[in-house]
Design a protein around this ligand. Structure first.
Ligand code: SF4
Ligand code: SF4
Length: 396
């Protein structure tokens, strides 16, 4: 008999609604490309949205119970949301996966390396970052500590990847906000945003992490948070509401939204990029499909003279995941590498000399994929580019 405490029963209203059309993973019969990195990797239907609906139905009916095989299917998913975006019946596919992950976590069936990375001892729970680096070194990239914990309108939420792995992005965002006179602070006791816990089905730990950060932000009196990481932004903007039923008491904005608004209103100047360069833009799944932010980064790129933007065949809502999502690199490295290689090949196919994105995790993944492919294309985050190209307007 089904266990009454299971999260899968919370979403049982949708598990019977799948009509088996396959739009969630394969539209090749319409001439479109594969959409699902999990299917590309696993090749079996059980890796796809449709396959997981079958599994979910069997779980709800009590015909199957959770085991390591189901865990391997459910966690081999970049959470790119392409399946939900293209579902013929607009089914909330990712709600099903999230429920299954919660149930798997409750049964100790999170894949080994991810479980270790997020553990309370020796993992995220101890260090408050996904790199197992000392918490005290979170602000090691800062040029000086004058802004730390000071009362301000805006908090720059740095995130784990910018804090520890791509510190140049932390510094570029910090410099951009400073250059344009934003009244902002950074927090000495910032924790991981909680997003990785959600990918592992650890919902309560995600809630506690976001709550810790909201309390820290309240202490400095800020009403707005600025991010360069879409995953962190989503934690405050959407996940908190999902977890608590209440909107976060702060406006959560990606730095590209802030800057695009200023550039299009002529509030800040733009320098020519030299030499002339063909660029393409990789939509981070969380910024694009999860949060609907497609135009702001493109508006910024188009505003820079000397850059010529060409789109990849799969762009905006059709963008193919680079393989950085869902924490898959921990246990499904081959899948992450496969997705990254495919995205780099796609960027090369349109003649791009540079790939831009707006997410530290995507940029790190694309840079590693570019190196493996021995491609000469440059990969940059848009904040790195903007720090060079945007200038304050001289008044008078
Ligand atoms: S979220 Fe992405 S990787 Fe996961 S099943 Fe859907 S399309 Fe595939
Ligand atoms: S697109 Fe939607 S309805 Fe069609 S098979 Fe996938 S989950 Fe089912």
């Amino acid at each position: 008999m089904p266990d009454k405490q299971r999260s899968i029963d919370r979403v049982k209203d949708i598990v019977y609604q799948c009509n088996r059309c396959a739009h969630c993973f394969d539209l090749s019969w319409l001439g479109e490309w594969n959409k699902c990195p999990a299917y590309r990797y696993g090749a079996f239907e059980s890796y796809t949205g449709r396959g997981r609906f079958f599994i979910a139905r069997a779980l709800v009916d009590g015909a199957m119970d959770y085991d390591a095989e189901i865990a391997a299917r459910v966690f081999a998913c970049t959470e790119c949301r392409a399946c939900a975006e293209h579902c013929f019946k607009y089914l909330r596919t990712t709600d099903i996966y999230a429920a299954m992950k919660e149930d798997l976590a409750a049964r100790g069936l999170v894949p080994e390396k991810l479980a270790a990375g997020l553990a309370d001892e020796g993992g995220l729970g101890q260090y408050h970052n996904v790199y197992q680096a000392p918490h005290a070194e979170r602000l090691a990239w800062l040029p000086d500590r004058a802004r730390v914990d000071k009362p301000a309108q805006v908090v720059f939420f740095v995130g784990c990847t910018s804090s520890y792995a791509r510190q140049n992005m932390a510094l570029d965002t910090y410099n951009l906000l400073t250059k344009f006179g934003v009244d902002f602070t950074v927090l000495s006791d910032e924790w991981c945003c909680g997003h990785p816990y959600l990918s592992a089905g650890e919902t309560e730990k995600a809630r506690a992490s976001i709550e810790h950060n909201i309390e820290a932000i309240k202490k400095v009196g800020a009403t707005q948070i600025v991010f360069n990481c879409p995953g962190c932004q989503r934690a405050f903007r959407d996940d908190w509401r999902q977890l608590t039923g209440q909107a976060a008491p702060l406006a959560a904005m990606h730095v590209v939204e802030l800057l695009a608004d200023w550039v299009t209103r002529g509030k800040i100047g733009v320098q020519r990029f030299r030499p002339k360069t063909i660029v393409t833009y990789h939509d981070p799944c969380v910024l694009g499909r999860w949060m609907g932010i497609y135009d702001a980064p493109r508006d910024l790129i188009k505003a820079i003279p000397g850059l010529s933007l060409v789109e990849m065949p799969r762009n905006r809502r059709d963008a193919y995941c680079c393989g950085a999502g869902g924490m898959i690199r921990y246990d499904f490295e081959g899948m992450a590498n496969l997705a990254g290689a495919e995205r780099i090949a796609e960027a090369q196919s349109v003649g791009a000399e540079m790939v831009l994105s707006a997410c530290p995790a995507c940029v790190m993944q694309l840079q590693q994929s570019r190196q493996r492919a021995k491609s000469r294309m440059k990969v940059m985050d848009i904040t790195e580019l903007l720090e060079q190209q945007l200038v304050p307007l001289i008044k008078g």
